[in-house]
Design a protein around this ligand. Structure first.
Ligand SMILES: *Cc1c(COP(=O)(O)O)cnc(C)c1O
Length: 378
């Protein structure tokens, strides 16, 4: 089976993990800090705004707490979003309000957000679909004007840039995923960017038992207080921190990230060239603003989507559609009733086909020829 995604791990990662084992410090320590700094640097950003965690989902849940979403607040979410966003908002007590997306890019736009803004809107979650940035200038301008927070789910967009600024660092908060299916993988892991420095400290405390970041007290053997087992807490806290073992994987993967993205770009380019004018295929549109993509997804749109998916599966090629619209899931749709026609269209026509750095030329040709064969029979 040709997979949709696949990690790319080996001896380099193992060598760094071995160093961590040898150091006897497998918990959160210097390697985590190095990874946070390295990650921030690779986004041309300042590491004091960054914080690692156990998953992107954890960062999404944390965002609802950091910005204090409560009953009565409305939170705008593009219908095509990752399910954790819906769950986190429902759990916060705030109301989800769905907005539509562009039919072909599956990215939300300022005009989609504007349609559902109200005086109760507190925040907007945007997703850079497949690694292609949303048009952020318009979105930020609209949200600033209405004092609405912008939170960027950048799980698809590791090292995507919008007009020179890294996706995830443009709004009030952004988050990335390093789960097993992402371009940079630590098996599980996540990172966040938080614009406001006080919130960044709050986040660090909330993700580590609520222990004060500044104070030397608490569970810290280097404490110099008289009774070093005493501690204060500023808030309630979870325990959702990265450790040196996964951070070592992250550091190794980070050093190869540009190469990974370039390999994906080559495959993306080949798909764009070879699938042009095949059947009724609509290829992804390239936005006209200055940007770079992480090439996380490749997708096509066709009225034969379901048949094509089954045809390819029979040939050992796994394809799918990401992400099934949240307004079609009863758990979320019962809170809201607005229509999202472009998202409905995308959900019926879009097929994500394999794109990862371990695909061989042979795999890519098999996929392209499989698709051509399907249309030759129509
Ligand atoms: C993978 C992904 C997530 C969740 O990441 P985890 O680290 O698995 O929690 C969130 N949003 C998007 C767009 C994703 O692709």
């Amino acid at each position: 089976m040709i997979n949709l995604f696949q990690p790319n791990l080996g001896d380099d990662e193992l060598a760094l993990i071995k160093e961590v084992f040898d150091s006897n410090w497998i918990g959160k320590g210097k390697v985590v800090k190095d990874f946070e700094e390295g990650f921030a640097n690779s986004l041309l950003s300042n590491s004091s705004h960054f914080l690692s965690t156990t998953s992107c989902t954890e960062a999404i849940f944390l965002s609802t707490k950091l910005f204090n979403f409560v009953k009565g607040d409305e939170i705008i979410v593009p219908a095509i979003s990752f399910p954790s966003i819906g769950s986190a908002i429902v759990d916060s007590g705030a109301k989800i309000v769905f907005c539509d997306v562009d039919k072909h890019s599956l990215n939300t736009r300022a005009k989609d957000i504007q349609k559902v803004l109200s005086d109760k809107t507190k925040a907007v979650y945007i997703t850079h679909y497949g690694g292609v940035p949303c048009d952020m200038d318009e979105i930020i301008q609209l949200c600033n004007q209405h004092k609405v927070l912008v939170i960027e789910d950048s799980a698809c967009a590791v090292r995507s840039f919008y007009k020179g600024q890294a996706c995830g660092t443009i709004g009030d908060m952004g988050m990335w995923s390093f789960d097993a299916m992402k371009t940079l993988s630590t098996a599980d892991g996540g990172m966040m960017y938080i614009k406001n420095f006080h919130k960044r400290i709050e986040a660090e405390e909330a993700l580590y038992l609520g222990l004060p970041v500044k104070s030397k007290s608490g569970l810290d053997s280097s404490s110099d207080s008289v009774n070093w087992w005493e501690f204060e807490m500023n808030r309630t806290g979870r325990r959702a921190i990265m450790n040196n073992v996964t951070a070592a994987m992250g550091l190794s993967q980070l050093s190869k990230l540009d190469g990974f993205i370039n390999q994906r770009k080559d495959i993306h380019t080949k798909y764009m060239k070879m699938l042009k004018n095949v059947g009724d295929i609509q290829l992804p549109l390239v936005p006209d603003f200055k940007h770079t993509s992480s090439y996380y997804f490749f997708w096509i749109q066709t009225k034969y989507r379901d048949e094509l998916a089954k045809f390819l599966l029979n040939k050992g090629i796994y394809t799918t559609f990401r992400y099934w619209p949240l307004n079609k899931i009863e758990l979320f749709s019962k809170y809201t009733d607005n229509e999202c026609l472009n998202s409905d269209y995308a959900a019926l026509h879009t097929l994500n086909i394999p794109l990862h750095q371990s695909l061989s030329d042979e795999d890519v040709n098999l996929i392209i020829n499989g698709i051509k064969e399907f249309y030759a029979q129509q």
